[in-house]
Design a protein around this ligand. Structure first.
Ligand SMILES: Nc1ncnc2c1ncn2[C@@H]1O[C@H](COP(=O)(O)OP(=O)(O)OP(=O)(O)O)[C@@H](O)[C@H]1O
Ligand SMILES: CC(C)(CO)[C@@H](O)C(=O)[O-]
Ligand code: BAL
Length: 289
């Protein structure tokens, strides 16, 4: 199977974009930080359905990591990633930091993006500035790649909300496509950070999908408070897992819902298993009052 062509510079991507326009071909972009797994592959496959050509970006974005986070140890496996995309994507864009942020080497500044109040909740509490950094790199990528469609995973629900908000408020000319979470057999969401887990921690990490399942079961009859409580109580069975948050948000605002809320909710959970922070999420069709 043909391996994707790896582009390293903005100029190479611009040349590709021009060529595709001339050829009348559409382009799907899948932004990633690499260390690819089947979750990423699902995004790429969706891109293949929606556009003529797929480009996967692989860039560990320093702006979205805080002090003391895992920027330095984040897995960088470019060769394996390119091999994994053989026959699935035509291009990989793997820039270095100076290419993405040329101001660091005397070039033009990249406009910073601001996530606003939602960026300071949930993930933003543990990771201040994370979403500003994430949006800044996503906007930069969109500007470079000019995709017709960009594909993201539902697992990072707050990221999806904020990217959608940015696309809408700035009227960016692209379609956003969100792909459901791909899971291991026992329910754990695939994540590049799962590889940090010891055997014992990996077994305990199933607490996250179990909590979401308990919340979903409770939602068949209970209201928001009971659903939240059912999810949180599940974690009592997993002493290795330290909950950061489990909450129910209104998908249209990403605000916590009140106890008498009725309607669709997104359940969001983040927990530390050992030193590894994991996220998960589930959409529930409606809550009862
Ligand atoms: N299990 C999954 N199913 C579907 N999409 C996923 C899954 N995991 C990640 N993605 C999506 O892949 C894209 C790139 O994510 P990223 O490279 O950060 O991978 P990750 O596995 O989420 O890594 P991390 O462990 O750092 O959170 C994001 O849009 C993310 O939501
Ligand atoms: C969208 C993204 C690639 C931006 O760095 C990252 O936040 C991720 O991998 O989800
Ligand atoms: N998958 C979200 C990117 C991050 O954790 O920085």
């Amino acid at each position: 199977m043909t391996q994707p062509v790896v582009l390293h510079t903005v100029a190479e991507v611009h040349a590709l974009r021009e060529q595709l326009r001339t050829d009348g071909k559409t382009l799907a972009c899948v932004p990633t930080m690499g260390a690819l797994h089947e979750g990423h592959v699902a995004l790429v496959s969706r891109g293949r359905e929606l556009a003529d050509v797929v480009i996967v970006s692989i860039f560990v974005n320093p702006l979205q990591f805080g002090v003391g986070e895992d920027f330095d140890r984040y897995p960088r496996t470019l060769d394996a990633d390119v091999a994994a995309l053989a026959g699935k994507a035509e291009y990989v864009f793997a820039p270095d930091v100076d290419e993405m942020y040329p101001d660091r080497v005397g070039g033009a500044p990249v406009p910073p993006q601001h996530a606003g109040p939602v960026g300071e909740t949930f993930e933003g509490v543990s990771r201040p500035g994370h979403f500003d950094g994430m949006l800044t790199v996503v906007a930069r990528l969109f500007d470079i790649v000019q995709p017709d469609v960009a594909i993201f995973g539902q697992k990072d629900a707050q990221q999806v909300f904020l990217v959608r908000q940015m696309v809408q408020t700035q009227q960016l000319p692209l379609q956003l496509e969100i792909v459901p979470t791909i899971r291991e057999q026992d329910g754990l969401a695939l994540s590049s950070r799962n590889r940090y887990l010891s055997e014992e921690e990996r077994a305990a990490a199933v607490a996250l999908p179990h909590a979401l399942l308990a919340a979903a079961r409770e939602a068949e009859q209970g209201g928001a408070a009971a659903v939240r409580e059912a999810g949180i109580r599940t974690l009592d069975h997993y002493p290795l897992v330290r909950l950061e948050y489990l909450d129910l948000v209104d998908p249209t605002t990403f605000q916590s819902v009140s106890d008498n809320y009725q309607g669709p909710v997104t359940v969001v959970i983040a927990a530390k298993v050992g030193t590894t922070r994991l996220l998960d999420t589930e959409n529930l069709e409606r809550l009862h009052a």
